[in-house]
Design a protein around this ligand. Structure first.
Ligand SMILES: Nc1nc2c(c(=O)[nH]1)N=C([C@H](O)[C@H](O)COP(=O)(O)OP(=O)(O)OP(=O)(O)O)CN2
Length: 159
């Protein structure tokens, strides 16, 4: 059986490797549709609230109103320097790869799996017109070959 749960968060990011508008620092309302494989053991399977109790606070703490940033993006060093000079603190979600929606899907799939849930697939909406469907097969393939995340460099996501 599949249970579908939806979550959202707001975050800034840019894709420093692109030469178009996506290079600008900008924000999205990221929408998640989680498809969980669950066992039916009686009248109920996993309670909807059991998903929410782990996933919602995690997204609030690590993603919401934060900034997704590639560790190698020069802007990251600049913003860290700002933190050091002013004492101000930003919420960074640091990737060891570009902050594409594909890499975000890999990271979230890994983190939600780590919480003890079994995802069949994860849809991530970046804009009104752009949504990706990231499957368990995609996740297995990305884990087998982390260079898929970076387009060559052997390292994976995140902190
Ligand atoms: N395969 C991917 N393509 C793009 C990604 C990505 O992560 N993976 N990201 C972007 C940009 O970050 C961008 O913010 C989204 O771009 P786009 O869909 O073009 O934005 P809009 O919907 O605002 O574009 P309009 O067509 O003008 O409405 C780009 N591509």
């Amino acid at each position: 059986m599949i249970i579908q749960k939806q979550y959202k968060f707001y975050a800034a990011h840019r894709n420093e490797q692109l030469k178009d508008k996506c290079r600008n620092l900008h924000g999205h309302r990221y929408g998640l549709v989680c498809h969980f494989e669950v066992e039916r053991t009686g009248a109920l399977s996993t309670l909807f609230g059991d998903f929410d109790a782990k996933i919602e606070p995690y997204l609030k703490e690590h993603y919401d109103h934060g900034m997704l940033i590639n560790r190698t993006d020069p802007l990251y060093e600049t913003l860290q320097d700002h933190e050091r000079r002013t004492g101000e603190r930003f919420r960074f979600k640091v990737f060891d790869a570009p902050t594409t929606v594909e890499n975000l899907a890999f990271t979230l799939f890994s983190e939600i799996t780590e919480m003890g849930f079994r995802l069949a697939q994860l849809e991530v909406r970046e804009t009104d017109s752009s949504v990706i469907t990231y499957t368990r097969e995609d996740w297995i393939a990305d884990n087998r070959d982390a260079s898929r995340l970076t387009g060559g460099k052997k390292s994976a996501v995140t902190e």
